[in-house]
Design a protein around this ligand. Structure first.
Ligand SMILES: Cc1ncc(COP(=O)(O)O)c(C=O)c1O
Length: 300
């Protein structure tokens, strides 16, 4: 890993890209004409929904798996996830003949649970909710001897996610602001390392749901803080930001904003993707969650 003072360096991100090789897609950076006009600046979206397994997650997982010894690979890997990391762990592990076990929870997306199983992982849904799932993960790491592929607080995972940042700046070298949605902080740590390494004057801003503000609270406190993570954006519900992630984001001067459910719901690309791609059962699950959420927020 990094030989300078930081936990991960720009070189680590380049090394991650070499390890990943051509196993993943180079996703497009799509311009939104409507948003660019509304905001008064060029707005683009890095379309990682078109990445293998449907998110950026296999970038970090492939980089991590490449560092395991043969013996570790034989013992298998373990992780925890709301669903996207689970699919990435399942997919990447299967591609290398590694056995994967992922802890999820009973209220997680049924489509993501099914997809991770189809990729070949064992999915454990004993836990009723996220905090219990994290406790269960600790027990299972201990009892199984599997190697933990942490969803965000692992330098190799962070460096792998940083390849998103390399691609953004290669496509738009003059980018002034990079906004990154945050759960536990792995994606933004990697992207900030790449972006600040290549263009120090660019701003990197963490965007978190008001109801899942782990990194925001941690940056304010100067140390990792545990929060109640109950946002409608299920992939962003990290109960705590990673200690490594907090450290990297602090060192690199990452800024942070919180957004309300109203803003989250207004994100048009997600809505469009849902309309086009989601099976009925998954769409219904999401609508139910939104209704419950709206009632609890007194928005109805
Ligand atoms: C689509 C998506 N975006 C962002 C995140 C947050 O990533 P991190 O936990 O590295 O901050 C996740 C995490 O699962 C995700 O699935």
């Amino acid at each position: 890993m990094a030989t300078t003072g930081s936990l991960i360096s720009l070189d680590d991100v380049y090394r991650a890209r070499e390890r990943i090789g051509d196993r993943l897609h180079r996703t497009p950076l799509l311009r939104s004409g409507t948003l660019s006009e509304q905001v008064g600046a060029e707005v683009r979206f890095k379309a990682e929904l078109f990445q293998r397994t449907g998110s950026f997650k296999p970038r970090g997982v492939l980089n991590k798996l490449a560092t395991l010894t043969d013996e570790e690979k034989q013992r298998g890997v373990i992780s925890i996830s709301a669903g996207n990391h689970a699919q990435a762990v399942a997919y990447a592990s299967a591609s290398q003949g590694i056995d994967a076990l992922v802890v999820m929870w009973q209220t997680a997306s049924p489509m993501k649970i099914a997809a991770a199983r189809e990729y070949g992982a064992t999915i454990d849904t004993e836990a009723a909710d996220i905090p219990t799932a994290f406790e269960r993960l600790e027990e299972l790491v201990e009892s199984t001897g599997r190697t933990l592929v942490h969803p965000y607080d692992d330098p190799y995972v962070m460096a792998g996610q940083g390849t998103v940042g390399l691609e953004i700046l290669e496509d738009v070298p003059e980018a002034d602001i990079v906004l990154v949605q945050v759960g536990g902080g792995g994606l933004i740590s990697g992207i900030a390392t790449a972006v600040k390494g290549l263009r120090p004057e660019a701003r990197v801003i963490a965007v978190e749901p008001e109801r899942s503000p782990a990194l925001h609270a941690s940056l304010e406190a100067g140390e990792p803080v545990t929060v109640e993570a109950e946002s409608i954006a299920d992939g962003l519900n990290g109960p705590y930001a990673g200690a490594n992630c907090v450290r990297v984001c602090t060192e690199l001067g990452v800024e942070s904003v919180l957004v309300t459910v109203v803003v989250l719901s207004a994100v048009a690309p997600t809505a469009i993707a849902e309309r086009w791609f989601l099976p009925d059962a998954e769409r219904e699950w999401r609508i139910d969650r939104r209704l419950a959420y709206a009632e609890s927020e007194e928005y109805v």
